[in-house]
Design a protein around this ligand. Sequence first.
Ligand code: GAL
Length: 684
Amino acid sequence: MDSLTRVPGLLYGGDWNPEQWPEEVWAEDVKLMTEAGVNLVTVGVFAWARLQPDADSWDFGWLDRLLALCHAHGIAVDLATATASPPAWLVRAHPQVLPRTADGVRLEFGSRQHYCPSSPAYRAAAVRLTRALAERYRDHPALALWHVHNEYGDHVAECFCARSAADFRRWLRERYDGSVAELNRCWGTACWSQQYRGFEEIEPPRTAPGPANPTQLLDWRRFCSDALLALYRAERAVLDGVSPGVPVTTNFMSMAKSLDYWEWSRHQDLVSDDAYPDPADPHAHVHAALGYDLMRSLGGGRPWLLMEQAPSAVSWRPVNLPKRPGLYRLWSLQALARGADGVLHFQWRAAVAGAEKFHSAMLPHRGTAARGWRQTLRLGAELRRLGEIAGSRLHGQAAVLLDWESWWALELDDHPSARMRWPELLRPWYSALHERGITVDFVPPTGDLDRYPLVLAPNLYLVEPATADRLAAFVRAGGQLVCGPFSGIVDRHDHIHPGGPPGPLRPLLGLVVDEPWPIPDGTATVVRLREAPGPQELRAVSWSEWLELEGAEALAHYDSGELAGRPAVTRHRHGAGSAWYLGCHLGADVGRVLDPALAAAGVVPQLPGLPAGVEATCRLAADGTGYLFLLNHGSAECRLPPVAGTDLLTGAELGAGFTLAPLGAVVARLSPATTLPTTDEEHV
Ligand code: GAL
């Protein structure tokens, strides 16, 4: 078994903040945890001030007692390094710990995450605390996992203080090999007389009268991700040195813009994620699936851990809806369906004071009489029944290219349209695939494409010639590539490629873009498919392009507006494969264009013919056992065809067909002979 930690089976539990409670309550906590089947708790996330009440005094007694209590009850501990909330004494002794906004405003003490990533005082104190914890608890039998910091980039992802400016200059010197002439060239400082005579003249992109230099902004984003990563790595280095062999993670925030998670995931022993899908959003489960597929991909397909979710409502949206009965269970099973080996929460016991007192918890304010508590018990019992799936994996049938640098560059200011945002471009593509029952992996531009018959690039605004070459080789060898609009625009310095878009993708796509043609808000352009089963009319929103074909064939034309009659969607045969291009943003209609590419790639749903709203995935264990998840996100009961297997949740044999209630779920252990189509069995 490929266990994430030393804890066998699936992980169940959550953030426990015992420092907010008198110790008498702890005994009840562990008793109830045992009842619920909790086997992993995250401890100490915001306990810095309690652990180190003063610069030179430490208080570990309570944590000693707590860990002993956990161990005595068979509950393993994900021990946090507690560095996300610097205490008042540190901030008062070293006010430079506090971060500054782009406007120069110093963010005050009184919340959390109030630190400047480049502050030497903060870093030294964080490393010292990490070392103290590691030295004290490295051999503790309850310790299963180190939890570094908490959600890097949450609240404060950048700081514009003088110390950060100095650190930025140091980073720039390295990036540009000490040559300010090279920096001037790459930043295009000839525009608006921005030339620098030396690195010492450079500042972070603080609030300025007008648009900032885009390459400066792009480098700033790179720097900010690196600066936080350096902090993480400083803590991690201590843990590796003092407590080798204990896995280390820091909790990610799903598809978060500020950190390049490809780079970050290289330094995680296991990828963990915090996910808070909104019960008010009817598509929340699709967005959640997207985040979960990303987490699995960041870990190279290995099982990952849902570190935090809410048992019911959160407290930080303007209106916080609870999860209606059944939703919590269904969404928890969804994380497992997409490769998680555990479901943890924020938080174990509902707080009575502080900023999060209205946040739901596994043990609600009403205690064991609450509906929520029954849900906690039920899920715990069900996860125990599903224990054997731990370590099994699932694999995407197609790849989606994701590049944080391209995302950052795409969303810089002063573009033809401010509507071209990566999440909005990606989501309709992902939704179309989800609706068709196709599971995807995310892949970085440098990733391995050869295991996939189909690669999707909803947007590749920033593309280097090397990436274009790799994509061309993939298509030549028989792959299908589908590329979305506004791609191939700039290089890594955010300079427009010679000859205009799609730059180095031009020979592969067999076309050139004469001019982008954004579509005004609230209007749509009709796009007509040349051949299609079913309706041929689609609607483009936000974006279209004037395309000139250079070998590509048009699969769809604009049928209204100024581009009427011009090509909108194309395909270019290249070697043994094809490169498809969408010159417009098709929003919810994009699936109609993806269908022929899926067909050409031979990518079919793992379980064809499922009712709408039913999500299906299959995890495969190393011994070849398949686990089929069927989750009904819809509001109607549906009848499903026979499955040769047993539902692990109920023990029912599914060979005669079965019914899935709204929000119902089945996790079937498939009979040995059952084969579902997969593209990648050898990777199991
Ligand atoms: C997360 C955070 C937790 C808690 C939670 C509430 O972002 O890591 O500490 O605040 O949100 O939903």
